[in-house]
Design a protein around this ligand. Sequence first.
Ligand code: WTA
Length: 649
Amino acid sequence: MSEQQKVYPVKPEVADAAWINKEQYLAMYAESVNNPEAFWAEQGKRLDWMQPYTRVKNTSFDPHNVDIRWFEDGTLNASVNCLDRHLAERGDQVAIIWEGDDPNEDKKITYRELYHEVCRFANGLKKLGVQKGEVVTLYMPMVPEAAIAMLACARLGAVHSVVFGGFSPDAIASRVIGSDSRIIITSDEGLRGGKCVPLKENVDEGLNNPAVKTVEHVVVLKRTGGSIDWQEGRDVWWHELVADCADECPAEEMQAEDPLFILFTSGSTGAPKGLKHTTGGYLVYASMTHQYIFDYKPGEVYWCTADVGWVTGHSYIVYGPLANGGTTLMFEGVPSYPTHGRIGEVCDKHQVNILYTAPTAVRALMAQGDNVMDSSTRSSLRLLGSVGEPINPEAWEWYYRVIGNSQCPIVDTWWQTETGGILIAPLPGATDLKPGSATLPFFGVQPALVDAEGKILEGATEGNLVILDSWPGQGRSIWGDHERFVQTYFSTYQGMYFTGDGCRRDEDGCYWITGRVDDVINVSGHRMGTAEVESALVAHEAVAEAAVVGYPHDIKGQGIYVYVTLADGFDASDELRKELVKWVRKEIGPIASPDVIQFSPGLPKTRSGKIMRRILRKIAANETDGLGDTSTLADPSVVDDLIENRAIQ
Ligand code: WTA
């Protein structure tokens, strides 16, 4: 039997204890797509509404009028749902377990403490004039204050825009410009793998960009106490800001469709776009998926290893778990520090029940050999999750056998920044597992596969993955550019949401995501537009032209392969290679570091001047036998040169 056909049936004891078993899944799924109004009207009750909704679903994917509204006449506040409503029953329960980069540092914060900290900081932000509807930018390390700042914004009705702490000053600047932020919240430094990350310095440098005109204040959390520059009048210490603040703060009453946050993400063209997520539908969906897909039970310790700078951190470190009154673990460090045993040791130390991580982390551990986990038992684990990129069956099996001691179901969760929450994943008590497959759609989600013309394909087949109707967690727009939202997601296939992913469906109706079909690459689960990396490269004086493609990489899933044509007067050298890698790290951030740079006198182009990426992808992947027709190229000899001088990996 091939690896791909292997099935792990639901164990009866897991099904018995789970929120949802197979029969319930089938019945609820049918109801959710046949009668979405009634289904979601009921599910929406999982939140506390200030003004209950009477209208449930009002959505259109028609490209002439893309308009997505859920629970639109209801009002609520997200921070109230994550905090206030839990106080009576579980005020003294731990809400956040924080595990520091240094294994000797940790902290537990109860719901009551978190509530008061959020209120205090919200009052601090009020002193800086923060108002409902304005965008506040966060550039934070993985510390509880990141969640506190997000929830404080939500409390005031301000829209948070979290910028991943690994991004460069330029990336901060462009995101601040794109959202007109007045306030940036950051930290003196972050701490990862024993090294300091100069967060405040990056903010300072980003704000030096003369095009950044809106910033009035930078709120600085003291994390390491390292020395930083200080701009009097602009910069404010977090602890000084809140020193005289009350620990109660009334919550703004928000419309369900008022924005909760924006989050910038990469696409195949242009600059990263700020996806807009709103309050009611997003929170219903984050909370429901967290409960059912992770089969989360009260009192359990749940650990998602993502960074809050990504959507996974938003929905499954902060909003989902806290809306459910759960205990969420936040880890400041990296899995390899101080040793590769760290993930297991943290599981033992905090008795983690549910672990949610990325395939790239699993593969990096797997490369260390089975005894990498010898320093821990992980006996508290009950369920494992995977997210961010396709998990190869080999990594799945290793995750199951070594990390999970062959005891824990794995939920492979497929979703995107745009989707707000998980769309395709097994439910542990309902779905038989297949290593490498995200299996079946969540309630209300109607996936379909289409061919290049948009024709819907039936049965076991392969095609482009689209979603036929809206679900409550869906992103509503691109901040300040609704037309781009429509163009990007609803125009390729009229009336359908196009995911950008390719996918196979098997005889059982299970979905197997095969990866992006556009010019987006996925490096260690970090999503990147090849165009972004290219535009960073051509900004360097030595580069005349650059083309970037992904290639298969054992640990990262995809690596970054760069073809560069040099400008006159510059010669190929290892030094220049290093210089260009450094340049991209500075322009975008370390996650965009090229793995391979190949200098070449020319790039394969059509006669109309279009770069043939298909060919470049094949050469990068060392699949030079199947290059297909190259006769349409302006200069076919370019290809021979590229193959001959293929950079050794
Ligand atoms: C990929 C991350 C296969 C996919 C939540 C998607 C996956 C992109 C999976 C979104 C998975 C995410 N299996 N591929 N379980 N999860 N992807 O916006 O290509 O950072 O389109 O959201 O990651 O990345 P994003």
